[in-house]
Design a protein around this ligand. Structure first.
Ligand code: RIB
Length: 305
């Protein structure tokens, strides 16, 4: 069973020719509503990939709240740990350029009221995987991960968006998932390329370190070994939520008992396919679609170990 603790947002998606520079106004014909929030996106990606998923987060008692809950239910996510707050539902402005790259602003709203206490101890055991991100209060994620760890659950942390944190916290988790920019923040003044930094963190704290590199694929530092998984080639429409699809499917695979390496491959396929439609969740594949594309994925290469 997978417990995802994190954010849930209404994404207002503005398809623009290019991302505006500071002080610039750009026009687009209309905006689109899409389901979003890193936590909720990861929960739906995992559920579509076949995991039993509970989502713990917070929505507003506003019309968006009901819509956001329905999006989780439609994807097969258990919402019994979802709470309502007097704050407005989380909202994100997502600008997507013709190149597929994006820029996002999130108004946290109800996400700021999500608490670790929403997840009862009874759900945290050896059969549980817990997946957190960083769009709800950091103290709540760390509190949940500490309780989960103490009870023997597998603990995964997608530190997105990244903040500087006490790096000893990395010794408390099984895997850290970050993109290259986030790795830079977490690794502090450690020098070198992403591969060296990932391996340095893995050696120092023992947790597996997974780094997503967009079109360059992903790195996995685990059990003293560093792997590079090249990306699946796709026609990119929108990269929003690619990291979420990756993290959700990675967690779902580990929760099923899959090896780190196989989980990396499945996640790489899901992350790529998520880029083929507009919106964070629109391109999320189901398990059959992931399996169908695995054979198209270039083989991973051992870089070290
Ligand atoms: O990772 C993409 C997500 O980031 C969007 O869905 C947006 O809501 C923000 O949380």
């Amino acid at each position: 069973m997978l417990v995802v603790f994190g954010s849930i947002n209404a994404d207002l998606v503005f398809p623009v020719e290019h991302l505006p520079a500071a002080g610039e106004t750009v026009l687009c014909p209309r905006f689109l509503f899409r389901h979003g929030g890193k936590g909720a996106n990861q929960a739906t990606a995992a559920a579509r990939a076949g995991a039993k998923v509970l989502f713990a987060g917070c929505i507003g008692r506003d019309p968006w709240g009901a819509v956001l809950r329905a999006g989780l239910v439609e994807a097969g996510v258990d919402t019994s740990l979802l709470r309502e707050s007097d704050q407005p539902s989380g909202t994100a402005v997502v600008m997507v350029a013709a190149s597929g790259e994006n820029a996002i602003v999130v108004a946290a709203g109800a996400n700021g009221e999500a608490t670790a206490a929403q997840v009862p101890d009874g759900l945290l055991g050896r059969e549980t995987t817990v997946l957190c991100q960083n769009e709800v209060p950091l103290r709540e994620s760390t509190a949940l991960l500490a309780r989960a760890r103490a009870r023997g659950a597998r603990c995964l942390w997608n530190l997105a968006p990244a903040t500087q944190l006490r790096s000893e916290l990395l010794a408390e988790i099984d895997a850290l998932l970050v993109n290259a920019a986030e790795l830079h923040t977490v690794a502090g003044d450690r020098s070198g390329e992403a591969a060296e930094r990932a391996m340095a963190l893995h050696r120092q704290y023992g947790c597996a370190v997974v780094v997503t590199l967009g079109a360059e694929g992903a790195l996995l530092a685990a059990r003293g070994r560093l792997l590079h998984q090249p990306a699946l080639a796709v026609d990119v429409v929108d990269t929003t939520g690619a990291g979420d699809a990756f993290a959700g499917v990675f967690a779902a695979a580990l929760d099923r008992g899959t090896s780190w390496e196989a989980a990396l491959a499945e996640a790489a396929v899901a992350g790529a396919l998520a880029c083929t439609a507009v919106g964070a969740r629109s391109g999320q594949p189901d398990r059959a679609a992931i399996l169908a594309r695995l054979s198209h994925l270039p083989a991973a290469r051992i870089l070290e170990g």
